[in-house]
Design a binder for this molecule. Structure first.
Ligand code: ATP
Length: 374
């Protein structure tokens, strides 16, 4: 499933040069973004980067200051929220406390004056979908957080929107329940064949549920890609640092043995640490770039490697984070910089254990690192 890779595919939703200002403050800055039908798409970024504002403009709760939003090719400016094929589920769930679960789910349908029989059928169908049939007569305060979340979901889906907008839908749930619910959401989305747009600042959540992610910063989109691309090939220091754990060393390109834009090896001097990367890269000699490598790509060993001319640093184990399936080693170099290596714990009992105060070598292969030019 990758409609975005098909140049002839027509986007389901298009944000076209959208700017939103509140007074003199620019919350969304000339942003263009395409989302395809049946995509599970995440807007990911830190608090205040404009994610919710973008979603609210699609729902019709805010009007763009500039630009237009197209739904199936049609400009939806001026169409009121209730006439848009979108439905938004809020972080607070906004359930009516005095109404039972079934009344909450029926509410929007009653507002639309649907026939009674149809309302009853749809409520039943929705409660079954979110596995809450036996809770139909309860009030929200008689439910757990996870159950309330599912009532809100059932209510949002009851109106059969084409696009479901989810603003931090799992923010109120504890970690375990959140993870379970992520899989339920994915399952539901596939079953119903709907387009889901989710706002989150939780990168693990975005990575788990999404077909694609837009990483945002200060009203701008920094990168739009699949979770794997975002993790393996972040396009900037910002995205690399925002998603997962990563070592970033600033440096200067000393040589490249490839034609511009072609794969080849790039050598970088990071203040005395020589780094060599095999990558397709736009950088040329003298450019200021960042070198980045994920901790799990860094090998840690007490033994000196055969070749220490590049991609090898020596230091003292200063801290160890034990995370069950793997451990993260913080290694302090002679100049005070800290490089992190992560090691799977499968062979813990067999390996010579590395511990606090040990002097170790950190090495990584040519294709493990990234050169970041912005
Ligand atoms: P969060 O994760 O905290 O919800 P967000 O990325 O969703 O953050 P938005 O809610 O879109 O951020 O807000 C973006 C910026 O626009 C923030 O700085 C916010 O203060 C500002 N903003 C949002 N709505 C308004 C408003 N109605 N009036 C003035 N400023 C606003």
């Amino acid at each position: 499933f990758s409609p975005w890779a098909d140049p002839s595919a027509v986007p389901f939703i298009r944000f076209e040069n959208i700017t939103k200002r509140f007074g003199t403050f620019t919350a969304v800055d000339n942003l263009t973004l395409d989302i395809y039908e049946r995509e599970f798409f995440s807007l990911l970024g830190p608090s205040g980067c404009g994610k919710t504002t973008l979603m609210r403009m699609l729902a019709g709760f805010e009007e763009p200051t500039e630009g237009r939003i197209l739904l199936q090719g049609k400009d939806i400016s001026g169409v009121p929220p209730y006439r848009r094929p979108t439905n938004m589920m809020f972080q607070s769930y906004a359930l009516f406390p005095h109404m039972t679960v079934e009344k909450n789910v029926a509410f929007g349908l009653e507002q639309d004056n649907l026939p009674k029989g149809e309302i009853a059928d749809r409520v039943e169908e929705m409660l079954k979908l979110v596995k809450l049939e036996q809770f139909a007569k309860r009030k929200p305060n008689q439910l757990s957080g996870g159950q309330r979340q599912r009532v809100a979901l059932a209510r949002s889906l009851a109106k059969r929107p084409k696009v479901l907008l989810l603003d931090e839908p799992l923010g109120a749930l504890d970690k375990k329940l959140r993870e379970e619910t992520q899989f339920e959401l994915m399952d539901l989305q596939t079953k119903l064949g709907l387009t889901f747009l989710i706002v989150t600042h939780d990168q693990e959540e975005a990575m788990t549920v999404s077909d694609r992610i837009a990483v945002m910063d200060k009203g701008l989109i920094m990168q739009v890609a699949t979770p794997a691309e975002i993790y393996e090939a972040p396009n900037s220091r910002y995205v690399a640092d925002f998603i997962g754990d990563i070592n970033i060393l600033e440096g200067t390109v000393t040589s490249t043995d490839s034609a511009l834009g072609m794969p080849g090896s790039v050598r970088i001097d990071c203040d005395g640490i020589a780094v060599s990367v095999e990558q397709e890269c736009q950088a040329v000699k003298g450019d200021k770039v960042a070198f980045a490598v994920r901790p799990e790509k860094v090998r840690i060993s007490p033994d000196q490697p055969a070749d220490i001319s590049a991609n090898a640093v020596y230091g003292e184990v200063w801290d160890i984070g034990y995370l069950g399936d793997f451990s993260v080693f913080l290694v302090r170099l002679a100049d005070g910089r800290v490089v992190r290596a992560a090691q799977a714990n499968v062979s813990r009992l067999v390996d010579r254990p590395i511990t606090f105060g040990d002097m170790v070598w950190l090495t990584w292969p040519l294709d493990a690192g990234l050169v970041l030019t912005r």
